[in-house]
Each structure stands twice: as structure tokens, then as C-alpha cells.
Design a protein around this ligand. Structure first.
Ligand code: ADP
Length: 498
């Protein structure tokens, strides 16, 4: 096996990979308490060696973040913060090729997704840079007892939450970092960021961008490390005012428990099991590729993945046939190759986890239509996989899979309440989609689905200014847009007797 499957890699990216990757604390690249080697998930070959930290490094980072918050960062005007964030967006854009290829080799995602991600990250940073000057409080009538005594004034100030901790997953490393970091910095917070131990590279390149943009030391600290060490230390640290987490529901629960010590604010973006409802009048030419990619985007390692497909009996067979053809035509390969449509899963462990779902679906009597196997090549690949004849109590219908596996259930009814009852039969509520040509059916069904985000005739169509987050066990709070900024602000009410 040749590195990167023989795909060329730009010299500056090769140089970045070969560099010694340290921790960013207080504006300096420093050694950690150990080191870890990542591998290219498409080849299994070693990729980069990077320093890792634990409780001591997190503590140093929190102290640096606090100093920056109380010091130079806290003293910047809104206009100065705006300019710095626009500069960050500009540098991200200038280094787009580096970020694109680092996420590909670290995570395995195909090039077209990585390019889209970097462009979205630039847009999101621009959006929040522009939002800094729009952080505004309100004036309200003073309380009755003060007003009775003479003139009085009450108003509110919007202030940063303080020092934030961010625990980032591996499924879209740059995007997951930026969507937390940009609003937090816009709000005026300082940060300790822990990327996933599987995919640390873009966070390190981002650390350099932040230094080059001129952010004062300590505003953003990047501490690589394992979840049980660095991650747990962030969740529990008494000097952190808010922790923002994206990852599995099981880990989210642990973070909530660890955060109890100082009752830090917690935002959680967790798992999903999003329903995709295909009605009899759906435009199948649109629905077939749309439903396929609802499941296969990011190899299915996507919290919004539409893995429960509900297909009306009138179109079920035609839909399945179309999805099978689409799945079998998908080009698997290294993400650096522009022809690749689906890359590998992140690790051997993840591949084994997904395969155990496939085995349990077979054992429980679901019908395998296509896929289910790993192609004969190195890397953690899995063929796009489709099951039909799935039933509500099967594991494949209940648990998040995080792999390119879809479960299709046939339904006969036209009753929207009955359809929604099936769609809502999940502990999760993150995303979902409805496919129909009938506007009334679409909007009536959307109102019945319990989820933070529902798309019509598309899936997972989230964006910079669209609030995103889950109901039920999919999480707490919203990210993106205005609500994403509000999540990093506190309101201070001021009352003055004049
Ligand atoms: P996965 O199991 O698929 O890797 P996780 O939700 O466990 O997903 O990982 C998401 C992020 O959470 C990673 O950065 C990981 O290091 C971190 N993490 C894992 N366990 C903990 C923990 N106990 N406390 C804090 N962070 C954790």
C-alpha cells in the first residue's frame, strides 16, 4: 500500500504532516505529557505524531484563558474583535487547500465534502465576525417602587459567559471546531479546545491561523488528548464557565455529570436517528439520490444521518430499486481522489461497531438488499448498505449506527398522525426529512415530527444562520445563527435610581 493510495499531496501539506505537533497554550506551542500517532483511515498507514495533554495541561490552558479573558481580550472593543474575526476568516480562506486536505487525510472524508466544509467554515466565521457589533441589550421600564421615588433607569447588558471548554468529535473536525469557536469568540469568551484524538490536525492548523491573525495569547488554547483525560478534565474544571460538546449521547451524559461540580453551563449536540418519510407522490428522481446521501453523507458518520427510511407502499419497491442502483454505483476510495464519493470509516473500532449492527439486523430478520461487506482493500471501508423489512423493535431501527447503513420500513397508511407516530418512535430528535410534492402534506407532517430540524425534499439542509440542535436525547441548546451566539452570552440587568 502506498501512502495516500498513490494520490499526490501538496509539498506544504506533506511538510505540515511531518512537523512535530504540540499543544497551544498561552500563545505558545508547548510539549504535552505524552504523544499519540494517528493513521490515515483510507490506508491504515501512520499519518502524524502529536503531543497529548491531560489534567495538568488543561489546567494551564484554563489559567491562560482566564488571564486573557480578564486582560487583553476582555479589553478589546467590539470593533477590534470584529476585525480580528474577519482576519481569521480571511486566513482560513487563504489556507483552504491545507484545511481541505488535512481533514481528508485525518478523517477520510471525500474531497467534495471537505471543500464544502472549508467554504462553510469561512462563511460561518464571517457571519459571527459581523455579528459582534450587533450584540445589544434592551431598556425596560424600571421597577414600580423605584419609579415611585423619582427617575430611574433599567437596561440589560449582554456579556460573555467567560472561559469556555470545547470538546470536539472526529466526524467533521474543522467544522465542529469552527461552529463553536466563531460564536464564542464573537461573544467575547476565551477557550480551551480539545479536538478528537482521532483527528487533531485541522484544529492545530486553526491554532496557527488564530496566532497569525493576531489574537492575544491564551484566547484560544488547543489541548489534544484523550476523552477520559483531557476531555474529562475540561468537563470537570472549576475554572471553566461553559462546556460545549458534540459527540455521542453516552459521552454527553458523562460530561453533564462531570459538569455538576461547578454547575457550568453545558451545551450538547448528540446522537440522532433521523426519520426520512417518503410519501406516495414524492418525486423519486430527486428522492433517490437525496435519500441515499441523507444516509451516506460523511460515510454515515453524521449525527443528522437519515437512517430510518419510511417508504409508502405505493413507491416502496421503486425507491428501493433506485437506492440499490445508486448505492452500487458509489465510488469508494481515498478522499484525496476527486472521483471518490465515499471514503472509509474513521477506525477499525468504528467499522467493527457498524458491522455488529449489520449482523444484528440479519439475525433479527431484516432483508439485506445490497452491501454489508468491506471491499478487498486496506482501510476501514464498508460498502453502502441497505436493509428492508425492518421492524420498529429491531436494533437497527433504534440505535444510532454512524455508518453507511440504511433501514427501510414500508408503511401503508395515508394518515399523517400514524406516520408521525412511527417517525417519532425514537429517543432522539435531531433531524429528519419529508419527501412529497404536496405542500400541505409536507408542512402538516413537519409539525408532527419531534425534531430540532426537518427538511422538505432535501435532508440535513443546515446552514450558518439556521439554528441547529436537538430535542429529546439529541442534546441541549442550539448552535448556528443568532441562537448560537446567544448561547455564549449572559444577560446582566442593571437598575439605577437617578
Ligand atoms: P466516539 O465514541 O464516537 O469517539 P465520543 O462522543 O466519545 O465519540 O467523542 C467525542 C469527543 O468526546 C472526543 O473529543 C472524545 O475525546 C471526547 N470524550 C470521550 N470521552 C469523554 C469523557 N469522558 N469526557 C470528556 N470528553 C470525552
Amino acid at each position: 500500500m502506498t501512502p495516500f493510495d498513490g494520490n499526490p499531496i501538496a509539498p506544504e501539506i506533506a511538510a505540515f504532516l511531518a512537523q512535530s505537533h504540540r499543544l497551544l497554550i498561552d500563545g505558545q506551542w508547548v510539549e504535552g505529557s505524552g504523544s499519540h500517532v494517528t493513521s490515515d483511515p483510507a490506508t491504515g498507514l501512520p499519518l502524524a505524531t502529536f503531543a497529548i495533554g491531560g489534567a495538568a495541561e488543561v489546567d494551564a490552558a484554563v489559567k491562560a484563558a482566564r488571564r486573557a479573558f480578564e486582560g487583553p481580550w476582555g479589553r478589546l472593543t467590539a470593533a477590534e474583535r470584529t476585525r480580528l474575526l474577519f482576519r481569521v476568516a480571511e486566513l482560513l480562506d487563504q489556507r483552504a487547500a491545507l484545511f481541505t486536505e488535512l481533514d481528508i487525510v485525518d478523517n477520510g472524508m471525500p474531497r467534495f465534502i471537505s471543500e464544502l466544509t472549508v467554504a462553510n467554515c469561512v462563511e460561518m466565521t464571517d457571519y459571527y465576525a459581523g455579528a459582534v457589533m450587533r450584540i445589544e441589550g434592551t431598556t425596560t421600564p424600571p421597577p414600580r417602587h423605584l419609579a415611585a421615588l423619582g427617575e430611574a433607569l433599567t437596561y440589560t447588558l449582554r456579556e460573555p459567559v467567560g472561559v469556555g471548554g470545547m470538546i470536539i468529535p472526529w466526524n467533521s473536525p474543522l467544522a465542529m471546531a469552527i461552529l463553536k469557536l466563531a460564536p464564542a469568540l464573537a461573544a467575547g469568551c476565551t477557550l480551551v479546545v480539545k479536538p478528537s484524538e482521532e483527528t487533531p490536525l485541522t484544529a492545530l492548523a486553526l491554532g496557527q491561523v488564530l496566532l497569525d491573525a493576531g489574537l492575544p495569547p491564551g484566547v484560544v488554547n488547543v489541548v489534544n488528548g484523550f476523552g477520559a483525560d483531557a476531555g474529562a478534565a475540561i468537563a470537570a474544571h472549576p475554572g471553566i464557565d461553559k462546556v460545549a460538546f458534540t459527540g455521542s449521547t453516552a459521552t454527553g451524559r458523562r460530561i453533564v455529570e462531570a459538569a455538576l461540580g461547578n454547575l457550568k453551563k453545558v451545551s450538547l449536540e448528540l446522537g440522532g436517528k433521523s426519520p426520512v418519510v417518503v410519501m406516495p407522490d414524492a418525486d423519486l428522481a430527486e428522492a433517490i439520490p437525496g435519500v441515499a446521501m441523507a444516509t451516506y453523507f460523511l460515510q454515515g458518520q453524521n449525527c443528522m444521518a437519515g437512517t430510518r427510511i419510511f417508504a409508502h407502499a405505493a413507491i416502496h419497491d421503486q425507491l428501493v430499486e433506485g437506492l440499490k442502483a445508486f448505492s452500487e454505483a458509489m465510488v469508494l476510495g481515498h478522499g484525496l481522489n476527486p472521483a471518490t464519493q465515499q471514503g472509509p470509516l474513521i477506525s477499525a473500532t468504528q467499522l467493527a461497531r457498524v458491522k455488529s449492527h449489520i449482523e444484528s439486523a440479519l439475525a433479527e430478520g431484516a432483508t439485506l438488499v445490497t452491501g454489508g461487506q468491506s471491499p478487498d482493500r486496506p482501510g476501514h471501508f464498508l460498502q453502502p448498505t441497505i436493509f428492508t423489512d425492518t421492524r420498529p423493535n429491531m436494533r437497527i431501527q433504534r440505535e444510532e449506527i454512524f455508518g453507511p447503513v440504511m433501514a427501510i420500513e414500508r408503511f401503508e397508511t395515508d394518515d399523517l398522525d400514524a406516520i408521525a407516530t412511527r417517525a417519532n418512535d425514537s429517543i432522539y430528535g435531531l433531524s429528519g426529512s419529508v419527501w412529497t410534492r404536496d405542500l400541505s402534506t409536507a408542512h402538516r407532517l413537519v409539525r408532527r415530527i419531534h425534531s430540532g430540524h426537518v427538511s422538505i425534499n432535501c435532508h440535513g439542509a443546515v446552514g450558518t444562520n439556521i439554528p441547529f440542535g436537538g430535542t429529546r436525547q439529541s442534546g441541549w441548546g442550539r448552535e448556528f445563527g443568532r441562537e448560537g451566539l446567544d448561547a455564549w452570552l449572559e444577560t446582566k440587568a442593571v437598575t439605577a435610581k437617578l
